[in-house]
Design a protein around this ligand. Structure first.
Ligand SMILES: Cc1cc2nc3c(=O)[nH]c(=O)nc-3n(C[C@H](O)[C@H](O)[C@H](O)COP(=O)(O)OP(=O)(O)OC[C@H]3O[C@@H](n4cnc5c(N)ncnc54)[C@H](O)[C@@H]3O)c2cc1C
Length: 382
């Protein structure tokens, strides 16, 4: 589909990542799902060579690939198709990188992004004990202490907090100012007071691991604050406005896998001496879904192009995330209905039951569909 809009370089990139995913990820999917771990030998292949998920958005001058949002999206679709739980590994690198790209000084970018180019893992800790949809109410604080700050609080649902070397953490420096007091900080692994909390056992997206993160008086110097006092929320929301785009492409990857599985099954399954795919009730559903997947991908493509052209794209990003999450749920739902009894069979070669678990575990990441509607409504009802 969107391939018709791709440049030759983008088509080459797509083929390259399709092959990398087929070689390194698809054969390991069942193993990762069963053990809920990224295998030790696979992790460096994902973050370093040959897949380099950590370095996609890191500028070339710091050793990264400096890809645009269309390219990052192309990669996300292939990873989402192969094994979606590895998208969070890619997304945390996107989130962390964009905190620095949008809010950091040249010196901070050099210090903290070049490490990602070497394959280190950066993560993003915004969600607090309160509602993730409303980060203005975060309780984590950054109290002035000598030449820096001491950070106290608790974060939850922090993807790969166990594997991370670097943490972008948001905390309120001036609680009486509310949202305008929130600042962003980079904390390095091993800093005293940074404690890994409960592992959050998930229904799906297994291999992706989320943790609570306890912030027990972490000392951080002023050089590690990204942006000025109170710039944190603005940075966090601007970052999400970019990273939700590649997440949308990731959703399309899994939606495509579910659609392909449904088509294959419907063509092979004989019901009353004719293939299931010959029944109009099924043909129409498949036709609608294929159309909706392509339409949603076009929204993701539009948002990517707008981001790459540095146009304002908040509404377009949320439309993309909303439409792609919606079509993802439709795709796994149809796959479950078409596969019927096989849909819940964990031994069946096509993991429809995993598609269902993954989709429902995933659509709230980086803001629920309702939050995307709030953003779109705010923009169109100006
Ligand atoms: C796979 C995954 C990975 C994640 N990784 C990270 C991470 O690495 N770092 C991080 O900081 N966070 C992470 N999160 C957290 C994520 O950002 C939050 O789950 C999300 O923002 C929703 O917050 P919540 O779960 O607290 O739900 P709530 O905010 O409590 O929402 C509950 C319900 O209320 C609805 N709702 C909320 N506000 C409104 C409103 N104004 N109007 C109508 N309905 C509303 C929501 O849509 C939802 O249906 C991750 C989440 C997932 C699922």
């Amino acid at each position: 589909m969107a391939d018709v809009f791709f440049t030759d370089e983008q088509k080459t990139l797509k083929n390259k990542y399709r092959e990398l995913v087929a070689e390194h990820l698809i054969p390991r999917a069942r193993e990762i799902d069963e053990h809920d771990r990224v295998p030790k030998d696979l992790l460096p292949k994902l973050t370093k060579e040959p897949i380099r998920l950590s370095a996609l958005s890191v500028p070339k001058k710091f050793g990264g690939l400096e890809l645009g949002q269309v390219e990052v999206g192309i990669i996300a679709e292939e990873v989402g198709y192969g094994y979606p739980a590895m998208i969070p590994l890619m997304e945390i690198a996107q989130l962390y990188s964009h905190v620095l790209l949008l809010g950091g000084t040249e010196n901070q970018q050099k210090r903290f992004l070049s490490q990602l180019a070497e394959g280190k893992i950066g993560c993003y800790a915004l969600t607090d004990e309160g509602p993730g949809s409303d980060p203005t109410r975060m309780k984590s604080t950054a109290k002035p202490d000598g030449d820096g700050f001491k950070i106290y609080g608790k974060k939850r649902l922090i993807t790969f907090a166990d594997l991370a070397d670097l943490y972008a953490i948001f905390a309120n420096e001036v609680p009486e100012k509310g949202a305008k007091g929130i600042s962003a900080f980079i904390i390095e692994k091993g800093t005293a007071g940074l404690k890994l909390g409960r592992h959050v056992p998930y229904l799906g997206l297994l291999g992706h691991r989320a943790y609570e993160l306890n912030l027990e008086g972490i000392y951080v110097s002023k050089e590690n604050r990204i942006g000025g006092q109170g710039d944190g929320l603005k940075i966090a929301l601007s970052v999400l406005s970019v990273t939700r785009i590649s997440l949308s492409w990731g959703y399309i990857g899994l939606a495509r896998a579910a659609l392909e599985a449904s088509i294959k099954f419907a063509k092979a399954r004989q019901i009353s001496n004719q293939p299931l795919s010959d029944y109009q009730a099924i043909r129409f559903k498949l036709a609608e879904l294929a159309t909706q997947i392509d339409a949603a991908r076009m929204l993701a493509y539009r948002a990517s192009v707008m981001a790459d052209k540095k146009l304002v794209h908040r509404k377009e990003t949320s439309m993309s995330k909303l439409a792609c999450a919606d079509v993802l749920i439709k795709s796994v739902d149809l796959a479950a209905r078409i596969h019927a009894g096989y849909a819940g069979d964990k031994d069946y070669p096509v993991p429809v039951e995993r598609y269902l678990r993954d989709a429902y575990s995933w659509i709230s990441a980086q803001g629920t569909p309702e939050v995307q509607k709030l953003i779109i409504a705010r923009e169109i009802l100006l």
